[in-house]
Design a protein around this ligand. Structure first.
Ligand code: PLP
Length: 462
């Protein structure tokens, strides 16, 4: 098959042609199998071709594929919202369905702004987010993200967003500083930032409960989010938890922020919400925000053509059903502990592995040139991209990323395997050159499928 007209991410290379998926495996047109150790980009939470999700989608397609949300709602959208709200942090009362993560972030920002306009505080316009973060690629969401590399060439097009320090203990917690002191220092920085921007002018603080696509599964120190919540409350600022990557069970609770003991005002979700079976995202909103709009203009001034797409909602509802029916949240916690242990055993002593971190089945490995100094590799080496290439050559998908650390590009590898496993591999793992490499690099952290029927999706081969 020749490919000439699809504009691929890499303009120099055409990737393998994916033709089939089964459980944790993706197959290309040459018959090679790839173990999906990252769910693509932390998307395929139930693996590929799950029969229950397919059946739900087929049933919805037979009934109705699409009805524009300015004319209709659908049973599946209503049921999905009920399900998500029932398990959401206190006070979250509504779901606004969009087509993906960036759209969810855009909608959350606009909802925050409209809320303040509706309640008579139109001077609230500033957004505060964190460096070392990613919130999407549309211009608004890109502006909120703090990844310097992703932002650089688009900087003149981006709205102004204030960036504070991330909570990144591996690099930023000072010698002798306790987690509590570190969290307090970050809370003070946020408070000073709000004060500098002007009392009553900040509308939202945006943060990922577990940082994904910029720094590879970085969790906050205990108490950090509680402190940030308190600062937001003191200043009347909305807390937006961006759970596009870390949400929907990946860290062992449906919403990652549950583990921080705080309630956000808005939560953005996507990726695992539809598990890759359909593009879908959502903004989960606190009742008082929705009520302010209901009692004010009566209209959320936003909208895209595919809001609440019926087949996407049906797929997502089925994903939610499977997560609950199969007890996957408990399983993630158990499997996550096993994955961490195996990663530490296999890679913990590697001279180029600086940090192994994460929560549940959301694990990151930070690669460094020097463990003692935590010196990053020369960005020109694009080590993360090379890791991805080598893993693919061995029949393994991992999600690599280059974040910005101390103004330089760092290298991380993210693992986000399916929350459970269904189906057996039906083809070869790979042919060349992976087999030779596998024999030579037995100690590498490679992932292999759990035996069919074993508890849990993926295990790390010793
Ligand atoms: N927010 C976070 C935390 C993400 O990780 C991502 C994507 O990786 C996005 C937003 C953007 O989502 P999407 O790629 O679906 O637009």
């Amino acid at each position: 098959m020749s490919h000439t007209h699809v504009l691929h991410r890499s303009l120099r290379q055409t990737p393998p042609v994916a033709v089939r998926g089964q459980g944790v495996w993706v197959y290309d047109s040459t018959g090679r199998a790839y173990l999906d150790g990252s769910g693509g980009a932390a998307v395929s939470c139930l693996g590929h071709n799950h029969p229950d999700i397919q059946a739900a989608m087929h049933a919805q397609i037979d009934a109705l594929s699409y009805a524009h949300t300015s004319f209709f709602t659908t049973e599946v959208a209503e049921r999905l919202a009920d399900r998500l709200v029932a398990d959401a942090p206190a006070g979250i009362s509504h779901a606004y369905f969009v087509s993906g993560g960036s759209e969810a972030v855009e909608a959350a920002l606009k909802m925050a702004r409209q809320y303040f306009v509706e309640i008579g505080q139109p001077e609230r316009r500033h957004i505060v987010a964190r460096r070392q973060s990613y919130h999407g690629n549309t211009l608004g969401a890109l502006a909120v993200g703090g990844n310097a590399w992703r932002r650089a060439q688009f900087a003149p097009l981006l709205i102004e967003v204030e960036h504070v320090s991330p909570c990144y203990a591996y690099r930023d917690q000072r010698d002798g500083e306790s987690a509590e002191q570190y969290g307090e220092r970050l809370a003070q920085e946020l408070e000073q930032t709000f004060e500098r921007l002007g009392p009553g002018t900040v509308m939202a603080f945006v943060a990922e409960p577990v940082v994904g696509a910029t720094a590879g599964a970085v969790t906050a120190v205990p108490g950090y989010f509680r402190r940030m919540r308190e600062v937001c409350d003191r200043h009347g600022v909305l807390l937006i938890a961006d759970e596009v990557m870390c949400g929907m069970g990946r860290t062992g609770t449906l919403y990652a922020i549950e583990q921080e003991g705080v309630t956000p005002d808005l939560i953005t979700i996507a990726k695992g919400l539809g598990g890759g079976y359909q593009p879908i995202g959502a903004v989960m909103a606190q009742r008082r925000i929705v009520e302010a709009m209901q009692q004010g203009s009566g209209f959320f001034q936003h909208g895209h053509t595919y809001l609440g797409h019926a087949v996407a909602c049906a797929a997502s509802l089925a994903v939610q059903d499977v997560i609950r029916r199969d007890g996957l949240l408990a399983r993630v916690r158990e499997q996550g502990a096993g994955l961490r242990e195996r990663l530490e055993r296999a890679l913990g002593g590697h001279p180029q592995v600086g940090d192994i971190r994460g929560r549940g089945l959301f694990m990151g490995i930070e690669l460094v040139q020097d463990r003692a100094t935590r010196q990053t590799f020369d960005p020109a080496l694009s080590l993360h991209a090379r890791v991805k290439r080598e893993a693919m050559a061995r029949g393994l998908m991992v999600y690599p990323m280059g974040g910005t650390i101390d103004g330089r590009q760092g290298d991380h590898v993210l693992l986000a395997p399916p929350l459970h496993h269904h189906g057996r591999r039906t083809g070869p793992i790979d042919r060349t050159p992976g087999r030779r490499h596998r024999r030579r690099h037995r100690a590498d952290a490679r992932l292999s499928a759990a035996p069919a029927g074993a508890a849990g999706g993926i295990r790390c081969a010793p």
